[in-house]
Design a protein around this ligand. Structure first.
Ligand SMILES: [Zn+2]
Length: 227
Protein backbone atom coordinates (compact mmCIF):
# COMPACT_ATOMS: atom_id res chain seq x y z
CA UNK A 1 0.00 0.00 0.00
CA UNK A 2 2.77 2.45 0.89
CA UNK A 3 4.27 2.01 -2.59
CA UNK A 4 0.96 3.10 -4.06
CA UNK A 5 0.68 6.25 -1.94
CA UNK A 6 4.30 7.33 -2.23
CA UNK A 7 4.18 9.00 -5.68
CA UNK A 8 0.95 10.81 -4.77
CA UNK A 9 2.58 12.14 -1.61
CA UNK A 10 5.58 13.44 -3.59
CA UNK A 11 3.27 15.07 -6.10
CA UNK A 12 1.29 16.84 -3.35
CA UNK A 13 4.52 18.01 -1.69
CA UNK A 14 5.71 19.42 -5.01
CA UNK A 15 2.41 21.12 -5.68
CA UNK A 16 2.43 22.68 -2.21
CA UNK A 17 5.93 24.09 -2.48
CA UNK A 18 5.30 25.45 -5.98
CA UNK A 19 2.24 27.29 -4.70
CA UNK A 20 4.21 28.91 -1.90
CA UNK A 21 7.09 30.05 -4.10
CA UNK A 22 5.13 31.35 -7.05
CA UNK A 23 1.61 32.00 -5.96
CA UNK A 24 0.76 33.54 -9.33
CA UNK A 25 0.62 30.01 -10.73
CA UNK A 26 -1.97 28.90 -8.25
CA UNK A 27 -4.89 29.40 -10.64
CA UNK A 28 -3.18 27.27 -13.27
CA UNK A 29 -2.33 24.44 -10.89
CA UNK A 30 -5.86 24.15 -9.57
CA UNK A 31 -7.31 24.10 -13.08
CA UNK A 32 -10.01 21.44 -13.04
CA UNK A 33 -11.65 20.52 -9.75
CA UNK A 34 -12.60 16.84 -9.63
CA UNK A 35 -15.54 17.14 -7.18
CA UNK A 36 -18.57 19.40 -7.34
CA UNK A 37 -18.76 22.13 -4.69
CA UNK A 38 -21.77 20.49 -3.11
CA UNK A 39 -19.99 17.08 -3.00
CA UNK A 40 -16.96 18.67 -1.32
CA UNK A 41 -19.01 20.41 1.37
CA UNK A 42 -21.81 17.89 1.96
CA UNK A 43 -19.39 14.98 1.81
CA UNK A 44 -17.12 16.84 4.30
CA UNK A 45 -14.19 16.43 1.88
CA UNK A 46 -13.44 20.10 2.47
CA UNK A 47 -14.86 21.71 5.62
CA UNK A 48 -17.12 24.75 5.65
CA UNK A 49 -15.93 27.22 8.28
CA UNK A 50 -16.79 30.65 9.59
CA UNK A 51 -14.18 33.35 9.00
CA UNK A 52 -13.55 33.42 12.75
CA UNK A 53 -12.70 29.71 12.65
CA UNK A 54 -10.51 30.20 9.59
CA UNK A 55 -8.54 32.97 11.29
CA UNK A 56 -7.98 30.70 14.31
CA UNK A 57 -6.98 27.81 12.08
CA UNK A 58 -3.67 26.18 13.03
CA UNK A 59 -3.61 23.63 10.19
CA UNK A 60 -2.63 24.23 6.60
CA UNK A 61 -5.22 23.21 4.05
CA UNK A 62 -8.20 24.44 2.14
CA UNK A 63 -11.58 25.30 3.64
CA UNK A 64 -14.85 26.68 2.31
CA UNK A 65 -16.33 29.87 3.70
CA UNK A 66 -19.67 31.53 2.93
CA UNK A 67 -19.11 35.28 2.77
CA UNK A 68 -19.95 38.54 0.99
CA UNK A 69 -17.48 40.85 -0.71
CA UNK A 70 -17.44 44.05 1.37
CA UNK A 71 -14.93 46.09 -0.61
CA UNK A 72 -12.00 45.92 -3.00
CA UNK A 73 -8.52 46.24 -1.58
CA UNK A 74 -6.78 47.45 -4.76
CA UNK A 75 -5.32 50.64 -6.17
CA UNK A 76 -5.32 52.08 -9.67
CA UNK A 77 -3.16 49.41 -11.32
CA UNK A 78 -2.56 46.53 -8.93
CA UNK A 79 -5.80 44.62 -9.68
CA UNK A 80 -4.17 43.05 -12.73
CA UNK A 81 -0.79 41.81 -13.93
CA UNK A 82 0.81 40.97 -17.24
CA UNK A 83 1.41 37.38 -18.24
CA UNK A 84 3.58 35.95 -21.01
CA UNK A 85 1.58 34.82 -24.05
CA UNK A 86 3.68 31.63 -24.31
CA UNK A 87 3.87 30.51 -20.68
CA UNK A 88 2.26 31.35 -17.29
CA UNK A 89 5.14 33.65 -16.26
CA UNK A 90 4.25 37.00 -14.71
CA UNK A 91 6.02 39.82 -16.57
CA UNK A 92 7.49 42.64 -14.50
CA UNK A 93 8.73 46.10 -15.42
CA UNK A 94 7.88 48.34 -18.34
CA UNK A 95 7.90 47.86 -22.11
CA UNK A 96 9.45 46.05 -23.84
CA UNK A 97 8.17 43.18 -21.69
CA UNK A 98 10.59 40.31 -21.38
CA UNK A 99 9.92 36.73 -20.28
CA UNK A 100 12.82 35.20 -18.36
CA UNK A 101 11.44 31.70 -18.86
CA UNK A 102 11.02 31.92 -22.64
CA UNK A 103 14.01 34.26 -22.98
CA UNK A 104 11.99 36.35 -25.40
CA UNK A 105 10.41 39.78 -25.63
CA UNK A 106 6.62 39.76 -25.42
CA UNK A 107 5.18 42.87 -27.06
CA UNK A 108 1.55 42.06 -26.32
CA UNK A 109 1.28 40.26 -22.93
CA UNK A 110 -2.02 38.92 -21.59
CA UNK A 111 -3.77 40.84 -18.81
CA UNK A 112 -4.75 38.74 -15.82
CA UNK A 113 -6.72 39.58 -12.68
CA UNK A 114 -5.12 39.64 -9.26
CA UNK A 115 -8.11 41.02 -7.44
CA UNK A 116 -7.65 41.57 -3.73
CA UNK A 117 -10.97 41.81 -1.88
CA UNK A 118 -12.18 41.97 1.72
CA UNK A 119 -15.00 39.57 2.57
CA UNK A 120 -17.12 39.25 5.69
CA UNK A 121 -19.56 36.67 7.09
CA UNK A 122 -20.67 38.31 10.33
CA UNK A 123 -18.09 36.46 12.45
CA UNK A 124 -15.13 38.35 10.99
CA UNK A 125 -13.52 39.67 7.84
CA UNK A 126 -10.55 38.49 5.81
CA UNK A 127 -8.50 39.67 2.82
CA UNK A 128 -8.49 37.33 -0.17
CA UNK A 129 -6.79 37.24 -3.56
CA UNK A 130 -9.00 36.22 -6.46
CA UNK A 131 -6.78 35.02 -9.30
CA UNK A 132 -7.80 35.33 -12.93
CA UNK A 133 -10.26 32.44 -13.27
CA UNK A 134 -12.16 33.17 -10.04
CA UNK A 135 -12.11 36.96 -10.56
CA UNK A 136 -13.55 36.52 -14.07
CA UNK A 137 -16.27 34.33 -12.59
CA UNK A 138 -17.28 37.10 -10.13
CA UNK A 139 -16.70 40.14 -12.34
CA UNK A 140 -18.25 38.53 -15.43
CA UNK A 141 -15.60 40.10 -17.67
CA UNK A 142 -11.93 39.57 -18.48
CA UNK A 143 -9.21 41.88 -17.12
CA UNK A 144 -8.65 43.09 -20.72
CA UNK A 145 -12.33 44.03 -21.10
CA UNK A 146 -12.29 45.96 -17.81
CA UNK A 147 -9.04 47.73 -18.73
CA UNK A 148 -10.26 48.67 -22.23
CA UNK A 149 -13.51 50.13 -20.90
CA UNK A 150 -11.92 52.03 -18.02
CA UNK A 151 -11.09 55.13 -20.12
CA UNK A 152 -14.47 56.59 -19.05
CA UNK A 153 -13.05 56.90 -15.54
CA UNK A 154 -10.75 59.66 -16.82
CA UNK A 155 -7.80 60.51 -14.61
CA UNK A 156 -9.31 58.76 -11.62
CA UNK A 157 -6.75 57.76 -9.06
CA UNK A 158 -8.52 54.55 -8.27
CA UNK A 159 -9.39 51.19 -9.82
CA UNK A 160 -11.97 50.99 -12.67
CA UNK A 161 -15.49 51.66 -11.41
CA UNK A 162 -16.81 48.56 -13.21
CA UNK A 163 -15.09 46.39 -10.59
CA UNK A 164 -17.45 47.76 -7.92
CA UNK A 165 -20.11 45.43 -9.36
CA UNK A 166 -18.63 42.61 -7.23
CA UNK A 167 -19.41 44.38 -3.94
CA UNK A 168 -22.16 42.67 -1.88
CA UNK A 169 -21.83 39.46 -3.92
CA UNK A 170 -22.39 36.48 -1.62
CA UNK A 171 -20.21 33.53 -2.50
CA UNK A 172 -18.96 30.16 -1.40
CA UNK A 173 -15.20 30.56 -1.42
CA UNK A 174 -12.57 27.84 -1.08
CA UNK A 175 -9.66 29.44 0.74
CA UNK A 176 -6.12 28.06 1.02
CA UNK A 177 -4.62 28.47 4.49
CA UNK A 178 -0.81 28.44 4.21
CA UNK A 179 1.87 28.23 6.90
CA UNK A 180 2.59 31.91 6.19
CA UNK A 181 -1.02 32.72 7.08
CA UNK A 182 -0.89 30.62 10.25
CA UNK A 183 2.43 32.11 11.39
CA UNK A 184 1.20 35.64 10.79
CA UNK A 185 3.67 36.47 7.98
CA UNK A 186 0.86 36.98 5.50
CA UNK A 187 -2.69 38.08 6.26
CA UNK A 188 -3.82 37.70 2.65
CA UNK A 189 -5.30 34.32 1.74
CA UNK A 190 -5.37 32.71 -1.70
CA UNK A 191 -8.64 31.61 -3.24
CA UNK A 192 -8.70 28.19 -4.88
CA UNK A 193 -12.25 28.09 -6.15
CA UNK A 194 -15.57 29.93 -5.85
CA UNK A 195 -19.24 29.17 -6.35
CA UNK A 196 -22.23 31.46 -6.70
CA UNK A 197 -24.72 28.54 -6.58
CA UNK A 198 -27.72 30.35 -5.05
CA UNK A 199 -29.55 27.22 -3.93
CA UNK A 200 -26.49 25.87 -2.12
CA UNK A 201 -25.68 29.29 -0.61
CA UNK A 202 -29.24 29.65 0.75
CA UNK A 203 -29.23 26.12 2.20
CA UNK A 204 -25.79 26.43 3.84
CA UNK A 205 -26.58 29.92 5.15
CA UNK A 206 -29.77 28.53 6.73
CA UNK A 207 -27.95 25.49 8.19
CA UNK A 208 -25.25 27.72 9.71
CA UNK A 209 -27.87 30.02 11.28
CA UNK A 210 -29.75 27.05 12.80
CA UNK A 211 -26.53 25.48 14.13
CA UNK A 212 -25.43 28.77 15.66
CA UNK A 213 -28.87 29.24 17.29
CA UNK A 214 -28.79 25.72 18.75
CA UNK A 215 -25.34 26.29 20.23
CA UNK A 216 -26.50 29.57 21.71
CA UNK A 217 -29.52 27.89 23.32
CA UNK A 218 -27.25 25.24 24.82
CA UNK A 219 -24.98 27.99 26.14
CA UNK A 220 -22.04 26.61 24.17
CA UNK A 221 -19.23 28.89 23.03
CA UNK A 222 -19.62 29.19 19.28
CA UNK A 223 -15.88 29.58 18.75
CA UNK A 224 -15.09 26.10 17.45
CA UNK A 225 -11.45 25.22 16.93
CA UNK A 226 -10.08 24.31 13.54
CA UNK A 227 -9.64 20.63 12.72
ZN1 LIG B 1 7.15 33.01 -21.24
Amino acid sequence: MSLFFFPLFIWIKRLGSTCQITSQYISHLSSQPSYSVSDEINGALVRLKSIEELLNCANEGSYWILASIVCLDVGKDDWLYKECTRCPQKLEGAEPFYCKRCDQVDSNPLLRFRLQVIVSDGTGSITLVLWDREAMQVVGKTATEIKENSFDDGDADTYPKALDSVIDTKLLIKVAVSSRNINGYDDVYNVMRISGDEELITKLGHDAAVASQELEMQGVDNNVNCQ
